[in-house]
Design a protein around this ligand. Sequence first.
Ligand code: GLN
Length: 375
Amino acid sequence: MSKLPNITTSIFTVMSKMAAEYNAINLSQGFPNFPVDEKLTDIVAQLAKEDVHQYTPMAGFPPLLNKIASLVQKSYNRTIQPETEILITAGATQGIYSSIQALVGSGDEVIILDPSYDSYEPNVLLSGGIPVRIPLNDDYTPNWDLIEKGCNDNTKMIVITNPHNPTGKILSMTDIERLESILAKFPKIILLSDEVYEYITFEQKHLSIHTRPALRNRAIITASFGKSFHITGWKIGYVVAPEHLMKEIKKVHQFLVFSVNSISQAAISQYLDYVSVEEISPFYQQKRDYFQKLLSNSRFELMPCEGTYFQVVSYKAISDENDVDFCKRLIIEHGVAAIPISTFYENGKDLRLIRFCFAKDNATLEEAARRLCAI
Ligand code: GLN
């Protein structure tokens, strides 16, 4: 018997594998292809010779927990307790899984927006919970009226992604205030705020739940060093939650991974003294603008991209195929891999939209755009 009968291999695995098979430029799964900061690799090389190879404490390497508390203080003016409110996780994915396993039980409803990142729903199903999908508006803003209607006494959690993957939408102050007013009416609901692209926002500033006193004491907030420092393969991120929730999350974490690999924790804790997170958004804004300019001569229509390193485009002017078939043909015939947006929907809504990752060096973006403009 399958515990997840309707879940198939993640689209990121499928598309990256196919891109490799056909030697296509891989703009599907989100990961950078440019070199990591030499400062970070120097730190790792030095640390490899030091005594950092055994288990760290379960919740994380204490110096890293302290540095994260300082980062959150500096970025969002929030004071958090390193020992009780932070957990280092093997990527945000593990933090999300552990949080949902720890806090959602059989029959609990969890509101997940539609479209959404692909891991939330299977996580809820494995915990015995009931995913309740609420469609976003056509412009990808949350439909707060529908969300409010979806909340009831069985609702245990609302999951939001801000900035949003795959659409690149970010929440406005009006959105956050609506969320606050809804949650004020449902004091038992926990907010899971997935903010892994927190440092990749463009014209509009990121509004973190860290900055909202009414929400943060009932919220689990996830972060990703992979996204922020171009090291997705390190699989390291963290969760911030108030102590009463964190105590439960740690119970799952300790029997899932016990602790996260030590050398990356030590390396990041040193690197945080050198790196400036304010430089990440301008860096990616240049990439977004460059990629958009390169595609402006193509038949793809560019959707707004307010944050993340993903550009969604419509191929309506090119083909009537569904987006999965189109993505496959794009790889085989044109040598570029993308992610079909339908896979982020509960029922595979096909809007002729695909997602490109622009976290690539300029030569890669130029060659990809040359191929895409020829279609
Ligand atoms: N978050 C990445 C993306 O959206 C993928 C992560 C993964 O492959 N699991 O592309």
